[in-house]
Design a protein around this ligand. Structure first.
Ligand code: ZN
Length: 429
């Protein structure tokens, strides 16, 4: 039984959702509280519900943000927010509450909700979204962010009208294996949805453009252009800090700038309010892939040193990468943000094996944000690692494992720009 088995409509419906949120936080005060992040131009309150184990400090928790109902007529997004919040109070979500602060904004666009109209921008975030969400994200820089929309009989898809539900690993880039990582996570979300009986598709931003901008005539889309991935490059603004003028930039989902600014894991979601005729089904089908993603945020990905969302490869690939430093999630987040901002000032890290017992790793930093602190991380066939030296001096390192290899994680401080070379000694394989 879903929280909402009908689609709340109009002013009455908005008040019904808000009343449910108030009742929820009263019933669940040990794990939930509400904050007003601001008001809509029409003076409707826009609340965010925070869910976490309030007895545990937030320093070592991931920050996950879920925004919904930015586009007023996308009815499915109205029932998914309460369903996710309800799920987060369940026993199944205990580990999520212990290890994450989950922030849900169930209705980003209350006016559109009341009007049952799009009442938003086709080309960018609205001024209200920039102000309110931008403020929220700055105070709680997300490790993961998911933005829920809903396709219907006429909304969205120009080539598949009425039926689709989609996970959109969009607004990301191919930098630091991010495209692969987002696809990997999206497939796990899809598997979870399929196991629960909900057939989801995974679509990239390029595919998505065809839903929205293609026109309805057959053959109206510049398909080659999209497949060559030029689209993303041209439509994302790398200087967008949730504060650029409304007229410019593309952001169909709230999460694009969050990826560029904090290297957050970002997903758009499209549930469906036409093919799914029962509102309770829409709520469940939206909640299932989201809860799968939240659960992943409480585990350690095989290539990550610590528990949390897989956002710590900042340059390079799985075999050699630049990663953040820090003893807890909060420190690693700020280190991550800083290094990510400097990513273009690092060379692609190199590795080579002069002999069977030696691996050399090199990276050059040519930026100005000094001293720069980061970790170099190598995936090794050999173990155990005997010792690591920089210019003949032994340095400390940590290691962690996946099923078939050992990752060696070496904290580095560079006081001036230049190249650093590490020598790693290990048994031969
Ligand atoms: Zn939408």
């Amino acid at each position: 039984m879903a929280v909402f088995n009908h689609i709340p409509m109009g002013e009455k419906g908005l008040k019904e959702v808000y009343q449910w949120l108030d009742d929820f936080v009263i019933r669940n005060e040990s794990i939930a509280y509400k904050k007003l992040i601001g008001k809509s131009p029409d003076n409707w309150e826009i609340p965010a519900v925070f869910i976490t184990n309030r007895n545990l400090p937030n320093d070592d928790k991931q920050i996950a943000i879920i925004t919904l109902e930015r586009h007023g007529q996308e009815l499915g997004a109205r029932v998914v927010g309460p369903e996710i919040i309800h799920y987060l109070s369940s026993n199944d979500a205990k580990e999520i509450r212990d290890t994450q602060v989950v922030i849900v904004v169930p209705v980003v666009n209350p006016e559109g909700f009341i009007l049952n109209e799009f009442h938003s921008s086709m080309t960018s975030l609205t001024k209200t979204e920039r102000l309110l969400l931008g403020g929220l994200f700055k105070a709680y820089p997300p490790d993961m962010i998911i933005d829920f929309h809903s396709l219907g009989k006429v909304e969205g898809s120009k080539y598949d009208r009425g039926d689709m539900e989609a996970i959109i690993p969009a607004n990301t880039t191919r930098w630091a294996m991010d495209e692969q990582i987002h696809q990997y996570v999206a497939q796990k979300m899809r598997n979870a949805a399929e196991s629960a009986g909900w057939p989801y598709e995974i679509h990239t931003l390029e595919d998505l453009a065809a839903y929205y901008f293609g026109g309805t005539e057959i053959g109206n889309m510049p398909w080659t252009y999209l497949q060559e991935k030029v689209y993303l490059l041209h439509m994302q603004d790398f200087h967008d800090n949730y504060d650029i003028p409304e007229e410019s930039a593309y952001t169909n989902y709230t999460c694009g700038p969050a990826y560029l600014k904090w290297h957050a894991l970002v997903f758009g979601m499209e549930t469906n309010h036409w093919a799914l005729s029962q509102p309770g089904d829409i709520a469940s089908s939206g909640m299932v892939p989201c809860s799968a993603l939240l659960k992943m945020g409480s585990t350690r990905f095989s290539w990550e040193k610590d528990r949390g969302y897989p956002v710590n490869i900042l340059h390079g690939d799985f075999r050699i990468s630049i990663r953040p430093l820090g003893k807890n999630a909060s420190e690693r987040r700020s280190s991550r943000t800083r290094i990510w901002g400097e990513r273009k000032n690092f060379s692609l890290p190199q590795r080579e094996m002069p002999d069977q017992e030696t691996t050399i790793a090199r990276v050059r930093y040519f930026g100005k944000d000094l001293p720069i602190e980061f970790a170099l991380c190598l995936r090794m066939r050999q173990s155990p690692i005997d010792r690591i030296t920089i210019s003949g001096n032994e340095v400390k390192f940590e290691s962690f494992e996946d099923t078939c290899s050992t990752f060696v994680y070496i904290p580095i401080v560079m006081k001036k720009a230049g190249t650093i070379e590490l020598t790693i000694k290990h048994p031969s394989k």
